[in-house]
Design a protein around this ligand. Structure first.
Ligand code: ATP
Ligand code: MG
Length: 207
């Protein structure tokens, strides 16, 4: 089993969007997949409840009160809440094989991501390089100064920027229907999925 933790203490940076997309990517590839929701908002569990029966199945796991028994699956994706104490983050990191940290191109996200990375770096398996951590730039706009600044920010970090997801209205639309761009047919879906593939590969490289 490969466990992917999606975390950032910044709210609204795309944790649930990333967690649901990674889960849909794994499930779509024929892997038995579960999505553990640690957030009181239960957005990931709501997304699973809205997911159509014909879409590749993803099992929902309620970890709102903390990590429970791991389900017997090939891939487990953990959607972490924004409001988390260090002990909580550490507990989830120990459950995971790989950590992905989405962030927006904004100075506020840079500040909170720096704070998070400093804390996370103190967790032994991350510090020792035993567990990989990758940054994701989310909601990028073409040719924006904020996007350039985020690239520069990422260059200064110990951890690599492993994915770039553009700002697209489709993400709000698919979320509402329990879907992801991995569930869309045709060339439009294919183009949107290509943005996620480096992130999927980064996770799979740790399997
Ligand atoms: N790449 C994107 N393009 C456009 N909209 C996006 C994108 N990523 C996320 N969103 C939208 O931004 C909002 C916040 O995203 P999401 O819920 O994934 O963040 P979150 O980090 O899980 O938030 P929270 O901290 O509240 O759990 C949602 O409405 C989502 O549809
Ligand atoms: Mg969320």
């Amino acid at each position: 089993m490969l466990t992917v933790l999606v975390a950032n203490t910044k709210g609204g940076c795309g944790k649930t969007t990333t967690a649901t997309h990674l889960a849909a990517a794994f499930a779509g590839a024929g892997l038995k997949t579960a999505l553990a929701d640690c957030d009181r908002q239960r957005s990931s569990l709501g997304w699973i409840a809205a997911r159509p029966a014909e879409a590749p199945a993803i099992a929902g796991v309620d970890w709102v009160k903390g990590p429970g028994k791991s389900p017997q699956v090939d891939r487990l994706v953990i959607d972490a809440p924004a409001a988390m104490r260090m002990g909580g983050i550490e507990e989830l990191i120990l459950e995971a094989d790989v950590v992905v940290v989405p962030m927006l191109p904004s100075v506020f996200d840079e500040t909170s991501t720096t704070r998070l990375l400093t804390k996370v770096q103190a967790v032994k398996p991350i510090r020792k390089g035993k567990k990989a951590l990758g940054l994701i730039a989310n909601r990028l706009r073409p040719r924006s100064k904020a996007g350039v600044r985020l690239e520069r920010f990422a260059d200064e970090q110990t951890h690599e920027l492993v994915g770039r997801i553009p700002d697209r209205a489709v993400y709000a639309d698919v979320a509402r229907d329990g879907l992801s761009v991995f569930d869309l047919r045709g060339t439009r879906g294919e183009a949107l999925r290509s943005d996620w593939l480096p992130i999927v590969r980064f996770c799979e490289n740790q399997a």
